[in-house]
Design a binder for this molecule. Sequence first.
Ligand code: NAD
Length: 420
Amino acid sequence: MVQSFYESVLEQIDATAERISLDPGIHKMLRQPERELTVSIPIEKDSGEIEVYTGYRVQHNSARGPCKGGIRYHPDTNLDEVRALATLMSLKCAVANVPYGGAKGGITCAPSKLSKKELQRLTKRYAAMILPIIGPRRDIPAPDVNTNAETMGWFMDAVSMEQGKTVLDIVTGKPLELGGSLGRREATGRGVMLTAIELLKKLKKDPKKTTVAVQGFGNVGSIGAELLVEQGCTINAISDVSGGLCNPDGLDIPDIIKHINSKPRAPLLKDYKRKKGDETIGNEELLELDVDVLVPAALENQIHSDNADNIKAGIIVEGANGPVTKKGDEILAERGTYVIPDILANSGGVVVSYFEWVQGIQSFFWGVNEVNENLKNIMLKGFDDVWNISKEKKVTLRDAAFILSIKKIAKAVELRGIFP
Ligand code: NAD
């Protein structure tokens, strides 16, 4: 059986704690989120009926600063998943060295079955329900799977109406017209590209001779693919929830993105008018394709003990959170596969969210070049720190990222002292 996402994260924390002889008390703190809230969210459907959804907000650790993390809408979202994601956020913010702790939120729902008006009501009610524990200096949500800038605009409005004033810095990932930051929408995909290219450089591989497969063609996967093409890579396969496309000579990524952006609710890949040489491919098959780089950018637990041995890519760049289970990771490590871990590879989103928060507080907004340049500096510093620990201690990039982040959080806990 595939181990649960949260079990995988806890096992990795336990392994790191042992490796760095972490104080047993701090180890216990990291194994348990600081605060968890479950809310029931009644909304009036367009039919007039009332439906009740369940939502969550989990704050894992705030030793390094206010909590930060996205909000996910998905039928499989549950408290354990949100705990795992919140835990990874604490570690991710520490690797990037942005002054935040980790949080995550979610609503168990199938957004494709809700109208836009229903989604708006769901978001606003959820915002009001979790408001007692969030705030610009407490916990700042952002988009994640099936949520976007529009969702953040609705969220911000609900909090603003509740408080009787416009509160821009309650969420990041907002529309540009509502205090969003240039470069935020592209930030996670850009970070995926930057870390992938940096690893290729370290391994003395030419991006122009590099083939790539991308699982998940949403915000992270589509922008990551587009930016890797700009660097000269060939994207041989992509997929979304409806299935996949492949072409040994490379897919026309800009044209596929045009299709995805052609309607407000992203059309699916299965409806794309295929070009010469394009074939369909299943998701399992995509993961096992003979390419140089695999970018899982959909959901967790995609590579596990049952399929890790079949992965042919020598490099995996984790666009998604938790796409490889702990057991799957051990198999990949034995095979010598390089895995750029989620807490490094997809940290571009939280880094530019941090820039958005800073810009909002200052009411002074930066140009896109400034955003991208600062993002690049932070991503490459994080990459170098992780790379150097991995070389020095002869451990995988994931082990190195966990060592780096857990040491930083432990130091913050020690410096603050346990209250009271
Ligand atoms: P999204 O909703 O924009 O896109 C998700 C994509 O995955 C869609 O194309 C969907 O069709 C596809 N998908 C869903 N189930 C699939 C399956 N079983 N097989 C193949 N494809 C499938 O979400 P996103 O924001 O791109 O997030 C993707 C991942 O990246 C998540 O793990 C998320 O937590 C992580 N992440 C996102 C951000 C961000 O800024 N958006 C930041 C860090 C990490």
